[in-house]
Design a protein around this ligand. Sequence first.
Ligand code: MLT
Length: 399
Amino acid sequence: MVKLNSNYGNLKESYLFAGIARRIREYKEANPSADIIRLSIGDVTRPLAPQVVNALQKASQEMGSAETFRGYGDEQGYGFLQEAIRNYYKTQAGVELEASEIFISDGAKSDLGNFTDMFDTDNTVLIPDPVYPVYVDSNIMNGRKIVFIEGNEANGFLPLPDENTKGDIIYLCSPNNPTGAVYTKEQLKVWVDFAIKNGSVILFDAAYEAFITDPNLPRSIFEVEGAKSCAVEFCSLSKTAGFTGTRCGYTVVPKGIQINGVSLNKMWLRRQTTKFNGTAYIIQRGAEAVFTPEGYAGCLENINYYRENAKIIASTLDRIGIWYTGGVNSPYIWLKCGMDSWDFFDLLLKEANVAGTPGSGFGKCGEGYFRLTAFNTREKTLEAMARIEKVFANLKKSN
Ligand code: MLT
């Protein structure tokens, strides 16, 4: 009889954002007139930049003509997009890459999950807490031992290794989802040195790099010396260019990473050519447009819109007197709710009809905290924050 992967039995019943969506749905069914505003999953609301739309339309036309039609593309992506990303790294971060170190995907989430195929299940995985839940869940699925390194207010939610830290596969996310904290170059150097000394690999999630406003903060781990021998970087156009529904991302696997004489880049290429047939041509043309000066300016307009939303959320929390961090180099505001995170979720949903994300969904260290996203529309963000302010004013009165 067939045997199932019993590791799935060790997962929580549902993925964090699927669980939240279910709770919102149930609440709405019980309260049909409730006008719920979602500041929970980080899903964008601004339309694609016009330059991207034009490129998508042009590519669609090409697919409708025998002369320009395309079938299978290279699994690792089209050269035109690899080249555009290579140039982006050079101009934005001063990082030199080879085009063949860049693999185009349908988003960072898939690659972050799939990359675990490269490693034996015997490895110990080191994951900061709190963090994006995909790292934990994908490794639970593979039955790996996971150890956590604590992020807290004292270390600015940017944990660093010490002499007792152990981990073969290390996940880092900067700007951090959920806290918005960003590692400095000096802090990343500590991680890179640790990985080199211990023969570990860093899986660096840079999905929110475009939100960094401080020019002194690194947008790529490859800005740090030595990183090309121990780090793989995952990035996505979901938040940079509003591609949550369009789907495109990229993973940089440097050729300098050799493990027991085996090139990780070659292994990933082998894996992708076997299990992946590439991202759609039309989408890759849209992605290429993101990296043109005009296209990037269009995307930045949207990013600035979300930054303004983050300011609205932050100033409301200031008025209420709630401690928070994030929102400056990141689209997420991480606040201290002063109670069980899920109780706070229920309170906001019931009293303000606003949904957020409980901090404990990102790990034990997230308990007592709560995440709000700046990705909703201006109108809904203003309305949500007005409602939350009112709830707190009423709570104050009744105490
Ligand atoms: C989030 O809300 O943390 C993200 O949008 C989820 C994701 O990117 O998969």
